[in-house]
Every structure is written in C-alpha cells, then in structure tokens.
Design a protein around this ligand. Structure first.
Ligand code: MEV
Length: 318
C-alpha cells in the first residue's frame, strides 16, 4: 500500500554577503545575512506519468543554464538516493524570487527548497547536517569550489560570521542603519569568478594571498563595527573590500559605477556582494530617507532593481 503523502513543500531564502566573499573560500571569515525579500518555494505533487520539473525562472539564463540545471538535477538525484527512493510519478515546481547568478545565493536556495520539499514529500525528517551535505554536492557543480557560506545562509534564518569548516557563529546586528541592495541585471557567473581568483593564486601567489588576508581582516573589523553601531568604520571597510575585489578582477564597470554613485550620494560605503562579475552591490546609509535617495540614484544610473533592508529592525522593503 502506498502511504506516501501526496504533496511536499520546501522553502529557502536568498542571502546577502556583507563582507568576505571569495576570501571565505580560502578560510577567511565572511559576514552574511539572510535576505527573505527574495525567496524560493518548491512544491511536489503526485501525478500520473513520468516525473517532471518546472523551473521556468532559469529560462532567461544562456550559457549558465546547463550548469544550473545540472546542479539542481544532481541535488534531486542525490536526495532520492539518500532517501532510497526512485523518481516516482511526481511533478516538481519551483518558483523563485531570487534572481539567478546575482550573488544572492540562488543556486543554493533552489537546492535547499527542493531537498526540503523531497523530504517533506516522503515524510522523512531532515537533519541540518544532511541538508548541508546535499547542498554541498549541488553547489560543487554550480560553483566549483564552494565555501559552504551560501548553503549555511540559505538554509538558516540568522546573520552569520562564517568560517569554512567551522561551527556557524550567529551574532546580533546592533547596527542602526539601512542597507541598499541594487541588482545590475547582469548575470554574474560565480564559478567563473572563483576560477579567476584560483588562476591568480597560480600566477601571483603572494600578492593574491595578501589581498585575501586583507579581506579577512576587513571582515573582523566589520564584525566589531556591526556590534558597536559604528557605521563610519563599516562603510570604510566596505569601500576597502570593494577596492580589493576590484584588484582581484571580480568587479566590472557597472558594479563600479553603482558603488561610486552610492558613495557620491551619501552612502557610508559600498561594495559588490557575492561572486561579482555582475550581480548585485550593497551600500550603507544612515536613514530610510538617505537610502531612498541612494536607491533612486542607483536606478537612474542603471540598477535594474533595488531593495532597502532596515538593519536595526531587520525589515525589508522593495
Ligand atoms: C558566492 O555567493 C560567495 C563566494 O564567496 C563563493 C563561496 O563562498 O562559495 C564567491
């Protein structure tokens, strides 16, 4: 008798990296916050006929699409293998508000929501450790050499100070300010950005290591600033981090223009967020009014979308 439930549901958040992207791959700390303004839902329903997968939000992707689909299909087949199930007659439907390849953790979030939905469908409990392992399998395909930060953020609900292979360290954000997130509308290709830095380690080992270490130092400085409401220091750390990421070759002219625009219009600091080579940037402002003004200027200078995150209240608006 088939006792499997007829429906399964899973969800996941996007994420924003405040500091430490790329350096985190090499063991330096990073700071990230969950970003529920953009989320993913996976629904699984029993149906007659072969299993189907609907993830139409990947349609806009061109050269990145095979990698993304491969990562997702691997997450599904690995999960079914762990659950000792075969692809039965079901349909998987994924809806996403996380723009893919924008540094918001889309690939990890798709995997998290879908793995959760499969466990729910087969009515099995899902331990965090097992979830992290399954996401890592998918992320290794999507990113090549993932630090685990995206997996930790998209499967959790708290801001993290994250060091690869160490226990997650949650911390309170005592910063009273507004974070503006702006999407360049350009797909970022995190895997390519990671490879770019790997190549620099081969050609310029010492100089590359120095920049990575400096990025880690900035994450430590930012953590103190976040806990003591020191927006000047946090803003300055963000500017320095963007400069280092530029030198590592993972920024581009659109990100640089938006970072400059934010600073010229009163931000304490600004930087790219996530893998770079496109994707999103973030800026720090004192008040909602300042943030609204900066968001307007960012849109006038090419941002395709902006979000404002009130850090004190942990609220998000579009
Ligand atoms: C991508 O969101 C963040 C990177 O640091 C890669 C990773 O941590 O796996 C660029």
């Amino acid at each position: 008798m088939n006792q499997e439930p007829k429906k399964g549901f899973g969800t996941a958040n996007g994420k924003i990296i405040l500091m430490g992207e790329h350096a985190v791959v090499y063991g330096e700390p990073a700071i990230a916050i969950p970003f529920p303004a953009v989320s993913i839902q996976t629904t699984i329903e029993q149906k007659i006929g072969p299993a189907t997968l609907d993830c139409t939000f990947y349609r806009g992707l061109l050269q990145e699409a095979p990698l993304r689909l491969n990562s997702l299909l691997t997450a599904i087949s690995e999960t079914l293998a762990v659950l000792k199930k075969s692809a039965v007659d079901f349909s998987i439907t994924i809806t996403s508000m996380v723009p893919p390849e924008r540094g918001m953790g889309s690939s990890a979030a798709v995997a998290v929501a879908t793995i959760r939905a499969l466990y729910d469908y087969f009515n099995q409990p899902l331990e965090r450790e097992q979830l992290m392992h399954l996401i890592d399998v998918a992320e290794t395909i999507a990113h090549g050499n993932p630090s685990g930060l995206d997996a930790a953020m998209t499967s959790g609900t708290t801001p993290l100070y994250y060091v690869k292979n160490q226990a997650f360290e949650a911390f309170d954000l005592n910063l009273n300010g507004c974070l503006i997130v702006a999407d360049t509308g350009i797909t970022g290709q995190t895997k390519k950005a990671i490879q770019l830095i790997e190549e620099q380690f081969i050609t310029h080992q010492a100089a590359t290591q120095q920049k990575i270490t400096q990025l880690g130092t900035l994450s430590k400085q930012a953590k103190l600033a976040l806990s003591s409401n020191d927006k000047e220091t946090l803003g300055e750390s963000m500017n320095q981090a963007h400069h280092l990421l530029q030198q590592l070759g993972v920024s581009n002219s659109t990100l640089d223009l938006l970072v400059d625009t934010a600073i010229e219009n009163g931000a304490f600091g600004a930087k790219l967020t996530g893998g770079g080579l496109g994707g999103c940037m973030i800026a720090l402002a004192e008040t909602q009014t300042d943030a609204d003004w900066i968001a307007l200027k960012l849109k006038q200078n090419g941002a395709k979308n902006t979000w404002i995150y009130q850090m004190g209240a942990n609220q998000i608006e579009k």
